[in-house]
Design a protein around this ligand. Structure first.
Ligand SMILES: [Zn+2]
Length: 210
């Protein structure tokens, strides 16, 4: 049962195409497994399409039209290459979301005791900060806050964040006002996370004496 969903604000931004590519992939991964959010997004798409249909069509400048055609021409060349699916040794039965099918997924790197990270690169938006996180049973993610929005979709296992518990299919949303230190369930967890504005790690800042 899914208990945590993206906020309506985030779903609206996704439907309007104004969400950055990293968070958009996380919201897609969530919606692929959440009939409730899928239905909301479909309804928003239908509404948006209707609104567009009601606007009087403005004639397209010939130059604009040519630019659009030119972009269509180049698209096959910039189409992402097939994913380089590293051996992530995921627990049996764990499937990466279809939203990651064109992403390039690196190998696991150690980031903190019990915490490993794998960079997820979107060939069409390589600057996006998207990652898989694997947290060992009973381990905590280092205490941190964010410079922007953080979306975390649980793929396997679960974690606690304050009084809230997140299980498979749940999406956690945090922003620059949130400082937290999620705690993995006894079996651990694997999440897909997008991060905007970087991570603020007070313990690291203290360590570096900055
Ligand atoms: Zn949902």
């Amino acid at each position: 049962m899914i208990r945590h969903h993206p906020t309506l604000e985030t779903l609206l931004a996704h439907a309007a195409g104004t969400l950055a590519d990293g968070p958009a992939v996380v919201v897609e991964a969530h919606a692929q497994g959440c009939p409730q959010c899928r239905a909301t997004l479909d309804a928003l798409d239908a509404t948006g399409g209707q609104l567009l249909g009601e606007l009087s069509p403005a004639p397209l400048e010939p130059a604009t039209f040519e630019r659009v055609l030119a972009r269509l021409d180049v698209s096959p060349a910039v189409r992402p290459s097939p994913p380089r699916q590293a051996s992530l040794a995921l627990p049996q039965g764990t499937r990466l979301p279809a939203a990651l099918r064109n992403a390039q997924i690196g190998r696991w790197f150690w980031v903190a005791p019990g915490v490993r990270y794998s960079r997820v690169r979107l060939p069409w938006a390589p600057a996006q900060n998207l990652m898989l996180l694997r947290v060992g049973g009973g381990r905590r993610v280092p205490h941190h806050s964010h410079g922007g929005m953080e979306l975390t979709q649980v793929l396997w296992g679960g974690f606690r964040d304050g009084d809230d518990r997140y299980g498979p299919g749940d999406l956690g949303e945090a922003d620059e006002t949130t400082a937290h230190q999620p705690l993995a369930d006894p079996e651990g967890c694997i999440c897909l996370a997008s991060l905007e504005g970087g991570l603020r790690l007070p313990w690291l800042t203290r360590l570096l004496g900055k």
